[in-house]
Design a protein around this ligand. Sequence first.
Ligand code: IPM
Ligand code: MG
Length: 359
Amino acid sequence: MYMKNYRITLLRGDGIGPEIVAEALKVLDAAGEKFQFRLEYTDALMGGCAIDATGQPLPDETVEACRAADAVLLGAVGGYKWDTLPGHLRPEAGLLGIRSALGLFANLRPAKIYGPLKGACPLRPDIIGDSMDIMVVRELTGGIYFGKRGRETVNGMEAAYDTEYYTTAEVERIAHVAFNSARKRGKKVTNVDKANVLESSRLWRETVLRVAEGYPDVELNHLYIDNAAMQLVRNPKQFDVILASNIFGDILSDEASQVAGSIGMLASASMGGGKLGLYEPIHGSAPDIAGQGIANPLATILSAAMLLRYSLDEEAAADAIETAVEKVLDQGLRTPDILAGDGIRVGTVEMGDAVVKAL
Ligand code: IPM
Ligand code: MG
């Protein structure tokens, strides 16, 4: 029988990265069996493991291997060992480098509260109500992360600068992603900027307003970043899609993840103009618990579901994985990071096995 075949490049990375990716692969393979497709995996080095092996956080072969794939699955990078290296040689430089090299300008970070994990939300039940479901759409290859930077000596004193810089084209394309995403969800975009102070934000807002004219069916409002950070804990239910620059989106997505309960649950997708995407949990490499078999693999498993949905168009398989994750949570299975009350404590591998079984 004919079977669809997809090529996935794996960047297992550092710390807990390899452990959680292993669980996601089990789930992907099980989904392939059930929905009749095959996944071929190629390993490539990025981050600390790449620095150890090659001296570079992002070797050229890794970029090539990612370009040749239908999608890229990433664990996490970084660790104490590499913390003292100069900026351009740190594991994080590999992550920024691959986003940029693949042109992945749109970072989609869903932050949702899973019913069985409501108790893990740090906000009062009357604030959170019966649900929270936010999609942070973060610009990923521009702004202050990639703007002009440097150090200089002024009047004998050391100084340093980074530049927030955006072109209209960069803002337009990420705004389109936000509006299109809102169309498939709650039809509301909250644009976040600092247009009361920053020139770059004024251009950002003008551009968003212009793009919005093409989406009369989507409601648009604007919040300054400081207010947005406050509103996210004051009344998170007001949000559907949050549109933000690289740095504002970085900050707000961590905040949203904490409101959602555990950072161990949240997946993300980084997309460019085409189908190729990079999928990763939004948490880090957690070097303090690496190798102990207790890391929560669910964010990586949910990232694998996003991979199936956005890069491979295997919508049914993606839905099935998400349903399976809800099922194991309903069964009470919990890794230590989400354990509370009478939850059943399980490790990384058991959690992965349970999702496969539920599938
Ligand atoms: C993230 C991370 C990265 C970022 C770091 C590790 C470079 O915080 O993906 O949110 O700032 O983009
Ligand atoms: Mg971050």
